[in-house]
Design a protein around this ligand. Structure first.
Ligand SMILES: [Zn+2]
Length: 375
């Protein structure tokens, strides 16, 4: 009897070995839940800025004990620390995802010596992919900036905006229009420069996102605010339509595939403000966006979807006395913390994101998923 158990155990163990992460083909297909799926053609990376486990938990309880995040078959954890500080900021955190290097806090697309490092959006653009960014902050803010700009400090908003015309991005939607046209560092008009590079540029005052289509060679830039977009609580309503527009645009206009980075920027701002309602409202909206992206990815069967955060913000806690209906929040700081950060993955290549690893490994895992696909 004992021998049978041992044999059965060995059999299970060896099949587990064959399904270990790294043996991407069969493993990815199993995890995607779709045995007819190929390896990924597209990658959507969704970043909830400041979204630690408590932010997710508070969103979950406040949303009737359910989140779209529960649909992910693969969950990992990343170590968020920066090169020069155990507690990372969003610039260093996003640069780790975008460029695969640990760097100092405030660095945008540069390494610890301030030297530019190529971003995943730039790498994939060169390989023939379409690329896009959607954010609920300004385009010059740390997270989106780290995917297309290379400057020594996150505070160089106008310098960051000046990277947009050369970024190769096929579509971008976010705030911060003033950094392109009301400049103090020079007299350039970056909007005109974008138009000269073949972009159609529109903004919240003039146009409707639904008019954007993926036909032809047009690139598209849409500004949702002159400065920072307002919060969900204050009435921001563009996040879902923007992500849908970008996804459809990239899907329709790309043959080889696309890379889309989506940031829910203001979960972090709720954390900095130690405002639980702010955090929860941003978190639930982000989760709804995630659910839509999962629906589309499931439908097309060729999109790897990754959801993570750069760091936790606020040292947010759900304190005794809380109920599902009413969270009693606690905060340890108005800044960020260094707790491990969850990573959720779905679709072909998802298995690569199992386990515990460095934040910078997310860059390498995304490229590995695509490289396995081209073999
Ligand atoms: Zn922050």
């Amino acid at each position: 009897m004992k021998k049978i158990f041992v044999a059965a155990f060995l059999l299970l163990f060896s099949s587990a070995l064959f399904a270990a992460p790294g043996r991407a083909t069969t493993d990815s297909l199993i995890v995607s839940g779709d045995l007819t799926a190929t390896l990924p053609k597209n990658i959507v990376l969704l970043i909830g800025d400041g979204m630690g486990l408590t932010q997710i938990s508070a969103g979950l309880y406040s949303n009737g004990n359910q989140l779209q995040l529960e649909r992910f078959p693969v969950i990992g954890l990343h170590k968020s620390y920066a090169y020069d500080d155990l507690v990372t900021d969003s610039a260093s955190g996003a640069t780790a995802f975008a460029c695969g290097v640990k760097t100092y806090n405030a660095a945008i697309g540069v390494d610890k010596d301030t030297l530019p490092v190529v971003t995943i959006a730039e790498i994939l653009k060169k390989r023939g992919y379409k690329t896009g960014i959607v954010a609920t902050c300004s385009m010059s803010h740390a997270t989106p900036a780290s995917f297309f700009a290379h400057v020594a400090s996150r505070k160089m908003y106008e310098e960051i905006a000046a990277f947009l015309p050369e970024s190769g991005l096929d579509i971008f939607i976010g705030g911060g229009k003033k950094y392109l046209e009301k400049r103090t560092v020079d007299n350039r008009n970056i909007i005109t420069e974008l138009e000269q590079k073949g972009y159609q540029v529109a903004d919240f005052a003039a146009a409707d996102l639904s008019q954007v289509s993926g036909k032809g060679d047009t690139k598209y830039g849409f500004f949702t605010a002159d400065e920072e977009p307002v919060s969900k609580l204050e009435g921001r309503d563009y996040f879902m339509p923007a992500v849908e527009t970008a996804y459809r645009f990239l899907e329709e206009s790309s043959e080889k595939g696309f890379f889309l980075m989506v940031e829910s920027s203001q979960i972090d701002w709720g954390g900095h403000a130690n405002n639980s309602d702010y955090i929860i409202s941003e978190m639930i909206e982000f989760d709804q966006v995630i659910g839509k992206v999962l629906d589309w990815a499931k439908e097309d069967g060729e999109t790897l979807v990754i959801v993570t955060a750069d760091h936790e913000t606020g040292g947010y806690a759900i304190n005794p006395g809380s109920t599902m209906e009413k969270i009693v929040p606690g905060f340890t700081t108005g800044s960020h913390t260094a707790t491990l950060i969850p990573v959720f993955a779905f679709g072909p290549g998802a298995a690569l994101f199992n386990g515990i690893y460095e934040n910078s490994d997310i860059f390498h895992k995304m490229l590995k998923a695509l490289e396995d696909a081209s073999k």
